[in-house]
Ligand binder design. Sequence first.
Ligand SMILES: *[C@@H]1O[C@H](CO)[C@@H](O)[C@H](O)[C@H]1NC(C)=O
Length: 203
Amino acid sequence: MGQPARLVMDQRLLLAVVLSLTLAGTEAKRSGFKRVSKAQVLGFDWKNCGKPDAPAVLQTLSVAPDPITIPGDLSAEASGTTTVELAAPLALNLTLEKEVAGFWVKIPCVEELGSCNYENACDLLDQIIPPGQDCPEPLHSYGLPCHCPFKAGSYSLPKSDFYIPNLDLPYWLTNGNYRAQGVLGKDGSVLGCLKVALSIHST
Ligand SMILES: *[C@@H]1O[C@H](CO)[C@@H](O)[C@H](O)[C@H]1NC(C)=O
């Protein structure tokens, strides 16, 4: 395992990583998307936002370099734990905000992207990664699962290198500062909460 996994990420998988769940479930090449020739993602930051005793917690997440250039290389490393099995249906409520003139403005849910409430995040995963096939690299190499249910336990993705290809981004994803919150829940209780912040500069 000394060799870092190196690959061209699927566009949909990439969006999920870059906006950390925010854009999961998208269909590539839809109307309302535009090709960006070159973009930079700066100042990526994250934190858990659930109660301290929340069952599902992200323990580490680091991405490099800063800024990340698209197209370009990205390396990422992550670990997390869940004290309960994460099984369908898993509610996922996303809130995506953009800073406009000093205020945080909520981006609505349009075509399943933006601030959307999903009834079952397990279905989203099945859309992004068809069940019945190997999980995409580097998950496969490290024996990490990519479909529900996720057993209780610790999960860790060692530092892995990715190449981010040219992307079609949603038309509303323009230059600026963004923040996103994802709340994962089941049967009315919160399992975990994650906040992510980043800035986008495209040319
Ligand atoms: C998601 O939002 C809906 C509607 O506001 C709410 O009823 C539900 O409790 C929320 N679920 C989570 C996990 O936050």
